[in-house]
Design a protein. Sequence first.
Length: 290
Amino acid sequence: MAPPVFRFAPSPNGLLHLGHAYSALLNFDRAREAGGRLLLRIEDIDATRCRPEFETKICEDLAWLGIAWETPVRRQSEHLSDYRAALEKLSALSLVYPAFESRAEIARLVAAREADGPWPRDPDGAPLYPGDAKALPSDERARLIDTGVPYALRLDMAAACQRVGGLTWNELGEGPDGERATVPARPEAWGDVILARKETPTSYHLSVVVDDALQDVGEVVRGQDLFHATSVHRLLQVLLGLPEPAYRHHALIRDEAGRKLSKSSRSTGLRELRDAGASPAGIRRLVGLG
C-alpha cells in the first residue's frame, strides 16, 4: 500500500502567520505519524496578488520551522490546463453557465431583493448569486461573450445536486460546532458558486479538488474556516469522478480579540516573531504543539 499523502497549500499573497504555522506543523506531524509524504502546493492562481518573493519567504519560514516537503513543488499557475479540462467536463454535463453581472451589479440586485426580506447568505456570510443569467438564451450568451464582456462561470447548483443526490464526508477532526465522523454535505447552501472567470480558468473550489486528486492526497488537514466549503468540494469530486479524501479540520489560531488571523497581522507574523527572538520550539508552544 502506498504511503498516505498530506499537503500544505499556502497562497503566496503575503507572509505566514501563526495560523499558517499551526496548519503546516499539523500536516508535517501527521505525515510523520502515518509514515506518509508531505507535499507543498503553491496556490497562486490569483495573478494580481501572488508574488514569487512571497513564495520564497514562505519556503524559508517553513524550513526554519523544521518542516521538510517533497519536490518538485506544484504551482497552480503552471497547471491551468488541468483545471480547464475539469471545467470542460462539467460544461459537458450542462452544469456550467456564464454570468455577466459585475460585483457592483450583484450588490444592487441583492439590495433590491432585500426590499422584500433578507436575502440568503452562504456559510461565509456572502449573499447567494441573485441574478438570472442561467435563463439567458444561448445566442445571447454567445453574443455577450463575443463582445468581450467580463463574465464568471458558475455552477448550476440545483442541477448538480439533483444529479448526485445526498453526500457526506469523513471528518477526522472537528467542525466549528463539534461535527465529527460522517458529516452530511450541504452544497446547496453556497448557491451557484463561481468555478472560473473569463481571465482565469479556475477558482479555489475547482482547483483544490483537482489538485488533491492528481496528487493522491488521502487526508486533507486544514482550518475550520474551510469546513463548510467541503460540501462544495465533495460535490465537485463526485461530478468529476475524483477520489474522496478524508478531512481533518482543526481549530483556528485567533488574535486577542478572537478574530481569525490575517496576513497583515504583524503581531502574529512568523517573520516578526522570528526577528523578536522566537525559536521553532517556541512557535510550537505558542500554537499548542509544544
